[in-house]
Every structure is written in structure tokens, then in C-alpha cells.
Design a protein. Structure first.
Length: 122
């Protein structure tokens, strides 16, 4: 199952970790998920099976990715999922702590009008 956002402490992972992290496996045909495969022309560009380059892998899967010099890596949702949110005008579900400390999910307020205020210091 592909998630919307993945945060990692390292830009590399073993081939065994790919299904858990990205929902895809590394096969001789390329990166595969169910009956869909994305060809990998130069498997050496992804690195060794014990240390695959997640930045390159995410790029092949059309997922936005950013990695800083410390190795912190963030991989975003696939393009199709990001695009469908814009076309369908439906926000993806997420959960945040509420003011009373419990979790509050966007899906808890379906069919209700709510104002969502977002702030970022950067």
C-alpha cells in the first residue's frame, strides 16, 4: 500500500524494505507492484540490493522526493493521487492531535463545513 508521505532517516534502503516503504518490489523486470512494472534500464543507478537509492527509486515511480545532507528523506504521494485530489476537490484524510489531546481526523467531519487553517514557519 502506497502512503501519501514517507519520512526516512536515510536515502537508502535494502530491496527487502521496498515493499514496506514504497509498496513496490525490485524484480528483474524493474520496480513492480501487482501486475504493473516500471522498467529500470540501469539497475546500477539504483545502487546495490543492500543499499538502494530511494531518491532514484521514487523518481522512477513519479513520486516527489527531497533529501538533505544529513540523510533525512521525504517521499510524497504518487502523481495520480495528488492529481485526483485536485480534480475531485476531495482532501486526503489525515489525523492530527486535537486540543484535548486525542486524535482528530478529517474524515470525522465529512459532510460538515469546516475551516482548516494551516501554518508553516518555513
Amino acid at each position: 500500500m502506497e502512503t501519501d508521505l514517507i519520512l526516512l532517516e536515510s536515502p537508502t534502503a535494502s530491496a527487502d524494505q521496498l515493499p514496506e516503504l514504497l509498496g513496490w518490489t525490485l524484480e528483474p523486470e524493474g520496480l513492480c507492484q501487482d501486475d504493473v512494472c516500471v522498467p529500470v534500464r540501469d539497475s546500477g543507478a539504483l545502487g546495490e540490493e543492500s543499499a538502494l537509492d530511494l531518491v532514484a527509486s521514487a523518481g522512477l515511480l513519479d513520486r516527489p522526493v527531497v533529501s538533505d545532507e544529513s540523510g533525512l528523506t521525504a517521499i510524497g504521494a504518487p502523481r495520480a493521487r495528488r492529481r485526483s485530489a485536485l480534480v475531485d476537490l476531495v482532501a486526503p484524510d489525515f489525523s492530527l492531535p486535537s486540543l484535548d489531546g486525542g486524535p482528530a481526523a478529517l474524515s470525522d467531519h465529512r459532510s460538515k463545513k469546516r475551516l482548516l487553517v494551516a501554518f508553516s514557519s518555513w
